[in-house]
Ligand binder design. Structure first.
Ligand SMILES: Nc1ncnc2c1ncn2[C@@H]1O[C@H](COP(=O)(O)OP(=O)(O)OP(=O)(O)O)[C@@H](O)[C@H]1O
Ligand SMILES: [Mg+2]
Length: 255
């Protein structure tokens, strides 16, 4: 059975979308069948996978409002074995429109349940907020992968994120587990990066992936071409690191 991974951290700009896109693409490169779900109104994962977010017929917004089936919301991407449920700015209104709907925390799960057996991995890119969309992702997911940027304020907000995960476990999804932490924008040359890693290790009782994602300009360039790093610059340090992360995630048997 497949694994549904929500990539979440309410802190903005920590590498959630970069990780979602490139982890999904590297899993697909390893012949896994992967569905990417873009749950961020910014739609950066959608465009980063070569899908025009303003021209798609259906998005995750239409899916959550029950205006289309999940099959109708799935698009091909530029990557073999990788499919996406796109998003665009319309999703920004979803929180209000879903007010008053019963069991609104389970809307995405209700849809994904129909197709989850068809995929080896489902990767959900969350918005930079602990809102109803992120709660929907955590209710749908088996695990939460937390990207942490190697910078001074890395730990800020982390306890709030863990608290939210615990609340979802208690009230909505008892099976939810923390997939682990992946460090992003790591720079071996700076003490700061190493300090952040040490502090997180001391303060968080959770799996930390051995793979550190380095700061790599090629990772920042790839989305403007609408392709993931393994297609944009297959030999770059960024591509190598996301391949290694995919390998570690596939190898994991304890969840
Ligand atoms: N390892 C990296 N090396 C260099 N640049 C990176 C790396 N990871 C991410 N970036 C860049 O940093 C910025 C933020 O990354 P990204 O969009 O993945 O973060 P995010 O957590 O999804 O942001 P948001 O909270 O807005 O959704 C982007 O411009 C991205 O290209
Ligand atoms: Mg993002």
């Amino acid at each position: 059975m497949g694994r549904i991974i929500a990539v979440a951290n309410q802190k903005g700009g920590v590498g959630k979308t970069t990780t979602s896109i490139n982890l999904a693409a590297c899993l697909a490169e390893k012949k896994k069948k992967v569905l990417a779900i873009d749950l961020d109104p910014q739609g950066n994962m959608t465009s980063g996978l070569g899908v025009n977010k303003d021209e798609v017929e259906n998005t995750v917004y239409n899916l959550m409002l029950d205006e289309c089936s999940i099959a109708e919301s799935i698009e091909n991407t530029v990557v073999d074995n990788l499919y996406v449920i796109p998003s665009n700015v319309n999703l920004a209104g979803a929180e209000i429109e879903l007010l008053g709907i019963n069991d609104k925390e389970y809307i995405l799960k209700g849809a994904v349940d129909y197709i989850k057996e068809d995929y080896d991995f489902i990767i959900i890119d969350c918005p930079p907020s602990l809102n109803m969309l992120t709660v929907n992702a955590m209710t749908t997911a088996d695990t939460v992968l937390v990207p942490i940027q190697c910078e001074y304020y890395a730990l800020e907000g982390l306890s709030q994120l863990i608290h939210t995960i615990n609340l979802v476990q208690e009230r909505l999804n008892p099976e939810l587990q923390i997939e682990g932490v992946v460090f992003t924008m790591y720079d071996v040359r700076t003490n700061l990066s190493n300090q952040v890693v040490e502090t997180v290790k001391e303060n968080l009782d959770t799996k930390i992936y051995n793979t550190m994602i380095p700061r790599n300009i090629r990772l920042a360039e790839a989305p403007s071409y609408g392709i993931p790093i393994n297609m944009y610059d297959s030999k770059s340090a960024g591509a190598e690191s996301y391949r290694n992360l995919a390998k570690e995630i596939i190898a994991r048997k304890d969840i």
